[in-house]
Design a protein around this ligand. Structure first.
Ligand code: ZN
Ligand code: ZN
Length: 350
């Protein structure tokens, strides 16, 4: 905050609030000066806040915690202006916050942060966070093991999703980190094919992309398996995606740029004549949120740092034919990357 020239900071994005002070409730705002921090929440969370919050004093308010937080910041001596996160503040919210300030402060007190302040902290995971993320990822792998024995032609995709999600809860997951993707047969060509009533075919690919939440941290993995016997074309397409995935995982290391990692995957698929079928970026950061910085995409200049956790998930999508995606979570280490989702990647035929 000192370096960025902000004597005050208003934090309203809930994953940031949780990251900074531990509070997990659904209504809160954190006000920070260079010396103290104060968490504002409402009466539903009195007991929970007392239990969870560290490094900030808690103030229970009747409504609109962010308004109270902005007013509190404005009343602190030495706080001439406060930064807010423009990526997570709506136009309506900002005008409500400004309207609640003394008239002389309405125009200039709250200022959009030119660069995010909490995001860079969250990108690099500390030891405690890594432990939780490893546990989350391994729970995901156990789910994949379980679902393999459950799959058979004729099941509806939503039955597969239901079994996966039911088992996730039984294994202790707090919930799913996003809507489970079960895309079978021709539907596997939809990169985000949510589970439908479609039945698993006797012969064709099946893409499973799923994640769980464990103590607040998300897992994310994708495996594509084949029901029946794959054709030569399906086999070589799968091999191309696997090669792209392995090369991108190998490109992960401290100091590499996100664009370089993306290019490692993309160049393999280009050589296989599949460049146009790879329609998304190679991966994303994962932590308290399922999608968080950095983005592993073409031309991204962000450099990987030890402690970052990213997904590596190249895929190809051939409309009306099939799609294939393979996704791991990878922790960046000093001299490479550690795969956190060690489920098998060789083509599984069921
Ligand atoms: Zn995924
Ligand atoms: Zn992902």
């Amino acid at each position: 905050m000192t370096r960025a020239g902000f004597p005050g900071l208003l934090v309203t994005h809930l994953p940031d609030v949780r990251y900074l002070c531990g509070f997990t409730g659904s209504s809160a705002a954190l006000a920070i000066t260079r010396r103290v921090a104060r968490l504002f929440t409402d009466g539903r969370y009195t007991a929970q806040a007392a239990e969870e919050v560290s490094a900030a004093r808690v103030e229970i308010v009747s409504s609109a915690p962010a308004v109270h937080a902005a007013q509190w910041l404005a009343a602190q001596s030495g706080v001439s202006l406060a930064g807010f996160d423009p990526a997570h503040t709506t136009v309506a919210e900002l005008s409500r916050l400004r309207a609640a300030l003394p008239a002389s402060l309405r125009r200039a007190f709250l200022q959009a942060l030119p660069v995010p302040l909490v995001e860079p902290l969250r990108m690099v995971k500390d030891e405690d966070e890594l432990t939780l993320i490893v546990e989350a990822a391994l729970l995901g792998c156990r789910l994949f093991d379980h679902i393999l024995s459950f799959l058979r032609p004729g099941l509806a995709e939503f039955e597969v999703a239901a079994e996966l999600e039911h088992q996730a809860r039984l294994l202790g997951a707090e919930g799913m980190s996003f809507e489970t993707i079960v895309a079978s047969g021709r539907r596997s060509a939809l990169p985000h094919g949510r589970a439908t009533a479609a039945r698993l075919p006797r012969n064709g690919f099946l893409t499973l992309d799923f994640g769980i939440i464990h103590k607040g941290y998300c897992s994310d993995m994708t495996r594509t398996v084949h029901l029946g016997k794959p054709s030569a074309r399906e086999r070589s397409a799968y091999q191309a995606v696997l090669d792209a995935q392995l090369d991108a995982v190998a490109a992960v290391s401290a100091g590499a740029s996100c664009g370089q990692v993306d290019e490692a995957a993309r160049s393999v698929l280009r050589h296989a004549g599949l460049a146009d079928a790879f329609t998304h970026s190679t991966g994303h950061g994962v932590g308290l949120e399922i999608h968080e910085p950095p983005r592993i995409g073409a031309g991204q200049t962000t450099r990987l740092l030890p402690g970052m956790v990213v997904t590596i998930e190249p895929g190809i999508y051939l409309p009306d034919e099939f799609g294939i995606r393979i996704e791991d979570m990878v922790a960046v280490t000093r001299n490479g990357g550690q795969v956190l989702t060690p489920a098998p990647k060789a083509l599984i035929e069921l």
